[in-house]
Design a protein around this ligand. Structure first.
Ligand SMILES: [Zn+2]
Length: 271
């Protein structure tokens, strides 16, 4: 069973099965905003049913970034009448150009997704784009601000801020190691420090996965990542031919540490 948790008046977070995603819901007087739609029709239908327990208002969707567990549920919402799908421009382009490459990953959680022609298994690309300027969505009596703080977990991360809550997507992850596959580790540290600097604006901070966190968590995540960047750079200077030897000294799991080094080396040839 899905269970909403209130994170400020009219603001909710829902943890569903599948990839343990946090879906956000911001309810205004005229419409409601759904933040991330799940990894396929099963999870999306679960999210939609839970949304309908809270509100019958027309819905708007935002995808925080282009990872399958955040956007493969869009088709269910399109069928339910949603016409506005918001995302950062880079996120929409990644879904458009590389979304299909993630179908296998989505199908590992919801097998029916393997068939792109199966019901509600097509990819719905966001059609309302955010760039460098924040976008204020008027929900009637309340506003949600969609904004980008630079490359971090991906090059198209969107945050959603309301009067009470900041939905941070996978820029912040609680209970899991951060995922570095498409990341910009050094810039990510800056973005985390920026998120921390916004702490007085929001009572709640909801990560992409896991429990809501406080500012201390965000600062620790930034400090850990900054230290990891320094360690990885030093190790790759000392062992330029086998940078993966640095994996055991990094504060992440082996797979994520390998991605971390791979991304650093790719972004700065000869780290
Ligand atoms: Zn992600």
């Amino acid at each position: 069973m899905s269970q909403w948790r209130e994170v400020g008046p009219g603001n909710y977070v829902l943890g569903t099965s599948g990839a343990a995603l946090n879906t956000g819901l911001v309810v205004g007087e005229e419409r409601a905003l759904v933040i991330d739609t799940g990894c396929g029709p099963r999870q999306a239908n679960e999210i939609l049913a839970a949304v309908r327990e809270v509100t019958e208002l027309p819905l708007v969707v935002v995808n925080t970034h282009a990872h399958f567990d955040h956007f493969f549920g869009n088709a269910v919402f399109a069928k339910a009448g949603v016409t506005e799908f918001w995302a950062h421009g880079n996120c929409a382009a990644a879904i458009q150009n590389h979304g299909e490459e993630q179908r296998k990953l989505a199908a590992s959680v919801e097998p029916e997704v393997a068939d792109p022609d199966a019901e509600d298994c097509g990819i719905v690309v966001p059609n309302r784009l955010v760039g460098t300027e924040p976008v204020k969505l008027d929900l009637g009596g309340s506003t949600a601000t969609l904004f980008h703080l630079g490359p971090a977990h991906t090059d198209g991360d969107l945050l959603v801020g309301t009067e009470h809550c900041l939905f941070a997507g996978d820029i912040v992850e609680q209970g899991f190691h951060p995922s570095f596959e498409d990341s910009y580790p050094e810039r990510w540290v800056d973005v985390l420090r920026h998120v921390s600097a916004l702490r007085h604006n929001y009572e709640y901070l909801v990560p992409g996965h896991g429990e809501p966190v406080g500012d201390a968590f965000v600062r620790t995540m930034a400090d850990t990542m900054a230290t990891a960047v320094r360690s990885a750079r030093q190790a790759t200077r000392e062992m330029p031919n086998d940078a993966t030897k640095a994996v055991p000294i990094l504060p992440y799991g082996p797979e994520q540490s390998r991605w971390f080094i791979h991304r650093l080396m790719k972004l700065h040839r000869g780290v």
